[in-house]
Design a binder for this molecule. Structure first.
Ligand code: 475
Length: 791
């Protein structure tokens, strides 16, 4: 499509879809017209993919996820259909700034962090690889909250409103609607049972086409919105039960209203359980409907259907599928269990005990009475089959969703090599012993279309010039860059691109935050959700210590640094919010110190999201991956940084291990205890006190916080953080501090060897092509889903 043709298409949509002529078109109108023109181009591969899948009667993958952190879609879609240049020209020709049009799109934050972003990268890769797939989730009215900082530096949460403007990508499907019930009673009826829910809502489908690289294939992201059942309302109303009549409406309105703003914590709330059942049940009905339109023999279900549960949030899929097969379709119970298991896979994303979902048995029995019976029967069946087992799904009055998912899945996977081994050795040790072939590893990946080509066009251009086209969907080809890294000319270009990205970021920080930053300084970046295990407080303690040392010894050859933080804390996570508050106040004090101004700046732009990540990562020199070893299941930001030529300072945790193996130990700033050493360390009750006594810098940094230096003299302000460090320090910040400090000084020294730094940065790019989510999805397709690519 030429720029002129696209221009005509945009004008057509301006006129007929937006009802505006060019002279009166707003930025929003232009963005919508462009979106609709591009969407038109996506329809063709979308239909083609659907027809091809039907024609081949291919097995389909169903990716069930409570979260899809997709961010903006327009720029990505334009790139995938190969219209970036035409679009730029057409929009410019119509008198609009192309970047401004792209920036007008809301960032769809229908997820919290890593788990949700992984689901979005997977959608991209499944479409790129021609894997026939549907993403299924919830169309939250409000995604993750918007973060701002109060004048005192505290996090303030406000509702996010991404659907205030009409959503240009989606198609509403009123015909694809299912009634989803809750509560009520179960009556025995022969060998099965009849569940009569007490209340119900309608799940209505909204489809967004997800086009893959070069527009060869497109899959569907189907998100369910909850709506009241009108007829049901009227019945209750006519009986005079007005409150009862309003109840389903209220329930319907809340179910898809908000995303739970928690990351790696389980939320034991009835509404959350209802959300989980709502989207899982609607998706399963849709899956069975589609299967039935092509096949009649339900025993063949697993040869046509692979359902992936993204964490335990859709774990009710096990019992619900059994119920649909047994109660509603008359399949014998054990066969229904076998059939369901043959369809289901379960991905574990975290080992944190507080994140493993458990529901009170009483709540489960009240909200999903039939499912509670089925869960108990599954549990009993498993116990009969494995009499030696001691774990069970229902224990101490709780339903453990991890165990349920494990038992109901034919494959269980971890998300990095280390994490998968820990899954085998810890949470699921006993189940692993009973089912030794069930756990497999699928190390996470990220889509290079969004995270390299889209986010870093400069680097993408250099890659193409150096190794030719086609690396975008064969990212392992980045190794071909390696010979070029020996050339001074290549390294200079690589460095110049990084420098340009840094200038752009420095300008943005200047405009957005009013803080001048020196683009020649090292950009040292930690962006991720706030959590004690991710240890943003380790980073800020080192920042305080560094500031003190620079003041005491200004000429000791410090590498000038800009420390950049980004991320949100769950609204109820007091400690994480205190750390945010501390970082903002440390930034306030350090940035006001004229004597260290040239050497150290701390910036923390509010409301970190996918779009901000796309801005920050290409401009980063140093990637902070400093979690307590054994706690970060994988990390995916770590991969994005490496691909974009940042060096990593990190622990042996999650996929850091694999990054270090690939880029080479000599090109990675390793510090801290191993996962085993952390476990050992915790056995010494006063490990933190000892570490503080041994480290004069750590001691001084903690004391400085306690002196009120960052809290207008208020000595008690950060007691939550400091007391925890001094006493419990479960995440071993103190025990790792000196090692972290030393690694940072190695970073300083490396920074002054600028050409060598660039060489290592380029090696990071060249050697991390393995982290493409295409590789990950190929793994799932071969090991778990047993699906062949269609292109
Ligand atoms: C890991 N989120 C990362 C990433 O595999 C990993 C939990 C409960 C409720 C809502 N959200 C969650 C997570 O557990 C999560 O995001 N986990 C992350 O998954 C993808 O790279 O290490 O922490």
């Amino acid at each position: 499509m030429s720029a002129t043709e696209l221009r005509d298409a945009i004008l057509k949509h301006l006129e007929y879809s937006q009802g505006k002529d060019l002279a009166h078109a707003s930025l929003y109108d232009m963005r919508m017209a462009l979106t609709l023109a591009i969407r038109d181009k996506v329809i063709e591969p979308w239909f083609r993919a659907t027809r091809a899948t039907y024609a081949a009667q291919s097995k389909r993958v169903y990716y069930l996820s409570m979260e899809f952190l997709i961010g903006r879609l327009l720029e990505d879609a334009i790139m995938n259909v190969g219209l970036t240049e035409s679009a730029r020209e057409a929009v410019l020709g119509l008198g609009f700034d192309f970047e401004a049009v792209l920036n007008d799109e809301p960032d769809a934050a229908l997820g919290n962090g890593g788990l949700g972003r992984l689901a979005a990268c997977f959608l991209d890769s499944m479409s790129t690889l021609g894997c026939p797939a549907y993403g299924y989730g919830i169309r939250y009215e409000h995604g993750l909250f918007r973060q701002s900082f109060g004048p005192d530096g505290r996090q303030i949460e406000t509702a996010e409103d991404w659907l205030r403007q009409s959503h240009g990508w989606e198609f509403e499907r009123p015909e694809a609607a299912f009634r989803i019930g809750f509560g009520g009673t179960v009556a025995e009826s022969g060998r099965s049972a009849v569940w009569t829910p007490e209340s119900a809502v309608m799940a209505k489908a909204y489809d967004t086409p997800i086009v893959g690289w070069q527009g060869k294939w497109a899959n569907t992201l189907r998100l369910w919105g909850a709506e009241p059942l009108r007829a049901f309302d009227l019945n209750a109303f006519n009986k005079g039960d007005f409150t009862g009549a309003a109840a389903p409406e209220a329930l319907a309105r809340t179910i898809s209203r908000v995303l739970y703003p928690d990351d790696t914590t389980a939320q034991g709330k009835e509404l959350r359980l209802k959300q989980e059942f709502f989207f899982t049940a609607a998706s399963l009905r849709d899956i069975l409907r589609r299967f039935a339109s092509e096949h009649s023999d339900l025993s063949a279900l697993s040869s046509r259907v692979a359902i992936q549960m993204n964490d335990t949030h859709p774990a009710i899929a096990g019992p619900e599928l059994v119920r649909l097969l047994h109660d509603e379709r008359g399949m014998e119970f054990d066969k229904a269990v076998e059939t369901a298991r043959a369809c289901l896979g379960y991905t574990n994303h975290t080992l944190m005990p507080e994140a493993l979902e458990r529901w009170p048995e009483t709540l489960m029995a009240q909200v999903l009475p039939r499912h509670m019976q089925i869960i108990e029967r599954i549990d009993a069946g498993h116990a009969r089959q494995y009499p030696s087992r001691t774990v069970s799904i229902v224990e101490n009055g709780e339903v453990k969703m991890g165990e349920l998912s494990f038992i109901m899945a034919n494959k269980v996977n971890g998300v990095s090599a280390l994490h998968t081994e820990l899954v085998k050795d810890t949470v699921f040790a006993e189940l692993h012993a009973l089912h030794p072939d069930r756990i497999v590893n699928e190390t996470n990946g990220v889509t290079p279309r969004r995270w390299v080509k889209g986010a870093n066009p400069g680097l993408a251009g250099l890659i193409t010039e150096t190794i030719g086209e086609g690396w975008e969907d064969h990212l392992e080809r980045l190794v071909e860059l390696e010979p070029a890294i020996g050339d001074q000319g290549f390294r200079d270009r690589f460095a110049a691109i990084k420098a340009e990205n840094k200038v752009a970021l420095a300008n943005w920080i200047g405009t957005e935050m009013g803080i001048p930053v020196n683009p020649d300084a090292m950009f040292d970046v930690q962006i991720k959700r706030f959590h004690e295990y991710k240890r943003q407080h380790l980073n800020i303690l080192e920042t305080i210590a560094l500031w003190q040392e620079i003041r005491a010894n200004p000429d000791a050859g410090w590498a000038p640094r800009v420390k950049i933080f980004g991320g949100k804390a769950a609204p109820g996570y007091v400690m994480a919010k205190e750390i945010i508050h501390l970082i903002n106040n440390v930034a306030r004090i350090i940035n006001a110190d004229k004597t260290t101004r040239e050497l150290l700046t701390v910036v923390y732009p509010p409301n970190y999201n996918v779009t901000m990540a796309e801005r920050l990562i290409p401009a980063s020199d140093l990637s902070e991956q400093i979690s307590t070893a054994g706690k970060e299941a994988s990390g995916t930001g770590n991969m994005k940084f490496s691909l974009n030529g940042a060096l990593t300072i990190g622990t042996l945790d999650g996929a850091n291990v694999e990054i270090r193996d690939l880029v080479g130990a000599e090109n990675f700033f390793l510090f801290g205890m191993t996962a085993d050493e952390v476990v050992e360390c915790r056995k010494t009750p006063d490990h933190a006190a000892r570490a503080i006594a041994q480290s004069k810098r750590l001691k001084a940094a903690i004391e400085m916080i306690e002196s009120g230096a960052f809290s207008h003299g208020d000595k008690a302000m950060y007691r939550g953080v400091t007391q925890n460090l001094r006493t419990h320090d479960y995440f071993t910040v103190c025990a790792d501090f000196d090692s972290y400090w030393d690694a940072q000084r190695r970073v300083d020294r490396a920074w002054f060897q600028r050409d060598d730094w660039t060489r290592i940065a380029a090696l990071n790019t060249a050697r991390t092509g393995w982290f493409s989510s295409d590789r990950t999805i190929k793994g799932y397709m071969a090991d778990i889903w047993k699906v062949a690519p269609m292109i």
